[in-house]
Design a protein around this ligand. Sequence first.
Ligand SMILES: Nc1ncnc2c1ncn2[C@@H]1O[C@H](COP(=O)(O)OP(=O)(O)OP(=O)(O)O)[C@@H](O)[C@H]1O
Length: 633
Amino acid sequence: MADTRLNSKNCDSETLNSSSFSHRVHDCIKDLKMIEPWVQNGDALSGLRIEDFYDGDGDNTDLVDSVLCISGSRLIRAGFKKNNFTDDIVKFVNAGGGSMNEVGDTAIFIMPDTSFEGGDVLRTDEGIIDGGDFAPLYQSARFGNFCYRFDNLPPGDYFIDLHFVEIINTNGPKGMRIFDVYIQEEKVVSELDIYSIVGANKPLQLVDVRVTVGEDGVIVIRFEGVNGSPVVCGICIKGAPKVPGSQVKHNGLVCSNCSAEVEVTSAQNKHIRLRSTAKYEKKIEELSTQCQLKTKECYEAWMSLTATNQELQKVRMELDNKSFENHCLDQAKAMQAAKLREVTSRFEHKRRFWEAAIDELKRNIKVMKEEHSQLSLEAHDCADSVPELNKMILAVQALVAQCDDLKLKYSEEQVRRKQLYNQIQEAKGNIRVFCRCRPLSKEEASSGYATVVDFNAAKDGDLGILTGCSTKKSYKFDRVYMPKDDQVDVFADASPMVTSVLDGYNVCIFAYGQTGTGKTFTMEGTEQNRGVNYRTLEQLFKIAEERKDTFAYKISVSVLEVYNEQIRDLLATSPTSKKLEIRQASEGVHRVPGIVEARVENIKEVWDVLQAGSNARAVGSNNVNEHSSRSHW
Ligand SMILES: Nc1ncnc2c1ncn2[C@@H]1O[C@H](COP(=O)(O)OP(=O)(O)OP(=O)(O)O)[C@@H](O)[C@H]1O
């Protein structure tokens, strides 16, 4: 059985004995604006608030229900009115504002903002609709992250009233500011949204939150934002009468302000219970219907989810396949990119090459254009001078004819000159003997030897040999070379013979003399001081080159050695037992049948052949001369 007490200041038990309990209670509530029903033993009426007894009030009763967490507390959509309070106000703080003097004959003093921790102050000049007797109370507020702590309160029970107004988000919408309120760390208001309950610039009171203050004398009110920052305009702490368990009677209501007991008959109590039961049954029915709908929705959602999952599985497999394809494509792409880079680099290289080539061509074209214009000018000049040129051509043709005639004559003259030249050579003597006297060697000079040759008449080809007596022996030569005469002087007399050779005459030049007298020096000479052989060959090739337009010469070299009265072919690559012999082929022509004839094209090849022959010689130095050879080659 519920134990219900109705705290009321103005209503008494007499007035509650009328026929319609609910209507009377409703009237009493409307008159007092303050009522606290609760159930001592937590039975069926537990948690009922005064709004539960309004029939036609408030579209948002459910919203209000969901906000309040403490039984007995309630929300009032109006400003504070002094008539409701005469005494028992312990502290009344104007949050975010200053003090307010008492109004009329009611001794209510509202303190300036104090006992807060944190937060900011907010003020508005806009009018507060239905602001009650202390409308300016709602024009200031504490806002943000804050809490209030009141100390030194005598232990006992208190009611806390909190005053709110939405003075910031005056154009809404709902849900911009939602917050919780904790008193003594117990949640008293959950997710309070002032705007959604009363709108902007309209007061909302949370009243009659019963708290108990212990020996420490502290009340802590903490505001905690859920969405946006909390806000509060006023806090009122009122003394509350103790409600000892012994005073609670069954079937009675007790006024929370005056503790007056109001007797409720069992029929009235039953009526209250029936109403509330009906209300909750209706709610349960609604909730069951909603639950069935939700279950159906859930089932459909589940089926849809299953289908979606299957789809998802399919999509996932496709995705895996696509991923694999993508991976392959990426690899192919990377390879293609590498190839592309290579091709690009090659292309870039070639591009630079061709650009350079094109630049070069452009330069060449430019030069050629300039040359072309120059040539055009010259061509014009030439065209102008064509008549002159024709004259010149005729003159040249005449000259060519003259030249041909002269060539013919020159050729005839040359033949004649050759004959005469060689006749001169013959006139000089087919056999000419020159004598060359070398200077005394260092050894001979240091040994004290002196020359026995008299060179006084040497320029006439006469050579005298001092015999130690008054007489001297004289010898006649075509020419005598003195020690001072060098290789060039000697070759000057041999040189004409080279021309005769190329004119078809046989020529033989050889050196004869005692060992150590200078044959090798004269014929071969040294690398720095070439002798007759080298110079002859040099001239031979020189004249052959000069005559190459008119004559083709074939020059070959044979090298033979006469050693121990036998002839040896020094160019033979293998030793042969066959004896070589010098034979007369015709008048004035001698041959050595079987001897190697090495074709040569230039003097270096001649020199190489001679060197090969020289290496094959049966050489051996004698005592007289270290360069001397006993053979003749
Ligand atoms: N006109 C010259 N001027 C300077 N030195 C010379 C002259 N003629 C020969 N000689 C020197 O005399 C030396 C003997 O000369 P060379 O070897 O030519 O003699 P040769 O007659 O060829 O001797 P052999 O018959 O023994 O071979 C060499 O050292 C050579 O350099």
